[in-house]
Design a binder for this molecule. Structure first.
Ligand SMILES: [Ca+2]
Ligand SMILES: [Ca+2]
Length: 571
């Protein structure tokens, strides 16, 4: 195989620490639980773990509001517990990357506590403070979570800026002291041995310094009102550009590339090929291919309700063409789910063939060129869980939206609850379902877990039952992950599209140095007979989810069963 870095050959698995495993039985996931389940992860067949934030936090945004970048949230354990987890992962050959939240801190961070204490505090300029205009906020900027982006602080009579919750004040990244303090935190974890970082919401780091009003002239709530009263999907679609214009001066501002280059140079001081992955889909964050981020997520792939062959082809064409213009070594990164969005089992399902489609979509992630990121629970086909009582919600922006729908839009409570249940990130953050036992074995019987457990653990959606069932989603994940690892073409090979107009199936070659594989994914419920002679002469089926490995179909009349995942080695 070509000399690839560890993060190019790895499959990453995202752990949402609060919901992964509860080691001390208090209803909240923790490091003890994570450490105890490292063998599960090793056996699953993933190679690297990304932890959503585990830092000290008052948890208004469940860890994305950090009050100490060099400590562990007390409910998750302490630094020693972290070290046990990290060492345990490394002993098993699993790499670990952390979540780095640069844009903002918690309002409880000592930096912000100092900053807000007086107008002349040395840390005043670490955050973004402005005078209001005649009692109104400094401008019409909105938070993406909770109304105006400005919060008036009576202590000093000024307003501070927050792109997210008001409990998440934005740092002033134009202040070199902020950078210095943050790089110190980065070094703290690198020295402890972590293998890199996933960078949270990097597009939001800088704001337009002139702070002009956006031209939309409406608040999020006003736009929400138009959205919910729109009569057709077409009318709704017309509103999307307005949502984008709303944040025009608050995201993707100049200065980011220099900042990312600086961070990259910090990372590169450490041995072991530490990695940076950006929560952003702009390929420009690769820099020249060597000087900014190693990877950015291919989010455009998941911005649809239907993963279809045509959709994937269009996505790959756009992404890969642009990526290779940046550098032949720039590396793709694919994902279909995370802690912020609906579970792939639901969002990309059709309600009837969800299981088949989930398998196809896993196969897609593991066979496209690039590093795959999986999300915890996906391997046992965990579903979105719709909460039916607003008091059960934990996701603060969703609660804010519910209240806005009821109080400001006048929506009936029941309807607002349904909308909020669909929109909240709680639905895809419920506790991991370990076994068919009270609380799904996540916490002991009788304990109230931080979010309710989806009761479908009793219908086979749990890890223990699936371990012993050869046809389970879990065993399918294990099989496919092992297969990928043993098939070099799927890791290093080029992507070469075949049959660019096929409606029902996706076919492409992965051409490696010593192996070429043909991947055919039948996204339809129809049996197909297809002609793929252009792929080569001789072939051997090396993977099928429908039990026909070892067959050597003639490529001129290849039989494809409904929803089949067929991988053929070309000889
Ligand atoms: Ca716990
Ligand atoms: Ca910012």
């Amino acid at each position: 195989m070509k000399q690839l870095k560890w993060w190019q050959t790895a499959v990453f698995y995202q752990i949402y620490p609060r919901s992964f495993a509860d080691g001390n039985g208090d209803g909240i996931g923790d490091f003890k639980g994570m450490a105890e389940n490292l063998d599960y992860l090793k056996d699953l067949g993933v190679d690297a773990l990304w932890l959503s934030p585990h830092f000290k936090s008052p948890q208004f945004d469940y860890g994305y509001d950090i009050s100490d970048y060099m400590d562990v949230a007390k409910e998750y354990g302490n630094l020693d517990d972290f070290k046990v987890f990290l060492d345990g992962a490394h002993q098993r050959g699993l790499s670990v990357i952390l979540d780095l939240v640069l844009n903002h801190t918690s309002h409880e961070h000592p930096w912000f506590v100092e900053s807000r204490s007086s107008l002349d505090n040395p840390k005043r300029d670490w955050y973004i403070w402005r005078d209001g205009k005649d009692g109104a906020p400094p401008n019409n900027w909105q938070s993406c979570f909770d109304g105006s982006a400005w919060e008036f602080d009576p202590q000093t009579g000024q307003n501070y800026y927050h792109y997210f919750l008001k409990q998440q004040p934005d740092l002033n990244w134009r202040n070199p002291e902020v950078k210095k303090a943050m790089w110190q935190a980065v070094r703290f974890w690198l020295e402890m041995g972590v293998d890199g970082f996933r960078l949270d919401a990097i597009g939001t780091i800088f704001e337009d310094p002139a702070m002009p009003d956006n031209s939309v002239g409406m608040s999020m709530v006003d736009l929400g009102r138009l959205y919910f009263t729109a009569q057709t999907e077409g009318e709704k679609e017309k509103l999307w550009p307005l949502f984008e214009d709303l944040f025009k001066y608050q995201v993707e501002q100049p200065g980011m590339h220099a900042l990312m280059q600086e961070l990259r140079s910090v990372i590169d001081e450490y041995a072991g090929d530490r990695v940076l992955v950006g929560e952003n889909d702009m390929l420009e964050y690769h820099g020249n291919g060597h000087n900014e981020l190693h990877m950015v997520f291919n989010f455009p792939l998941m911005r649809t309700r239907l993963i279809s062959p045509a959709w994937v082809r269009k996505n790959q064409k756009q992404r890969l063409n642009k990526l290779y213009k940046i550098s032949p070594n720039a590396w793709p990164c694919n994902t279909l789910g995370n802690h912020d969005c609906a579970r792939m089992y639901n969002i990309f399902g059709d309600g009837q063939h969800d299981a088949e489609l989930a398998r196809l979509n896993l196969a897609l992630l593991l066979t496209l060129r690039g590093t795959p990121f999986l999300y915890n629970g996906e391997e046992i086909a965990m579903n979105d869980y719709m909460l039916d009582d607003i008091s059960l919600f934990r996701d603060v922006p969703a609660i804010w939206q519910y209240n806005a729908m009821v109080k400001e839009l006048g929506m009936p409570e029941e309807m607002a609850l349904q909308e909020a249940a669909k929109g909240t990130r709680d639905k895809n953050r419920t506790p991991m379902q370990w076994r068919n036992a009270p609380n799904a074995g996540f916490s002991p019987k009788g304990v109230t877990t931080w979010l309710p457990v989806n009761p479908n653990y009793a219908q086979g959606i749990n890890a223990e039952d699936q371990q012993t069932d050869p046809s389970s989603p879990l065993n399918f994940y294990k099989t496919m992950l092992r297969f990928r690892k043993a098939t070099p073409a799927l890791i290093e090979g080029d992507y070469q599209l075949l049959k660019p107009r096929s409606r029902n199936y996706l076919a492409f070659l992965r051409k490696g140095q010593k192996q070429t594989c043909l991947v055919v994914l039948n996204y339809s419920g129809k049996a197909l007979k297809i002609d793929l002679r252009e792929a080569g002469e001789k072939s051997k089926v090396i993977f099928s989810n429908l039990d026909r490995e070892g067959q050597s179909d003639a490529l001129g009349k290849l039989d494809l069963l409904p929803y089949e995942i067929l991988i053929v080695e070309i000889r």
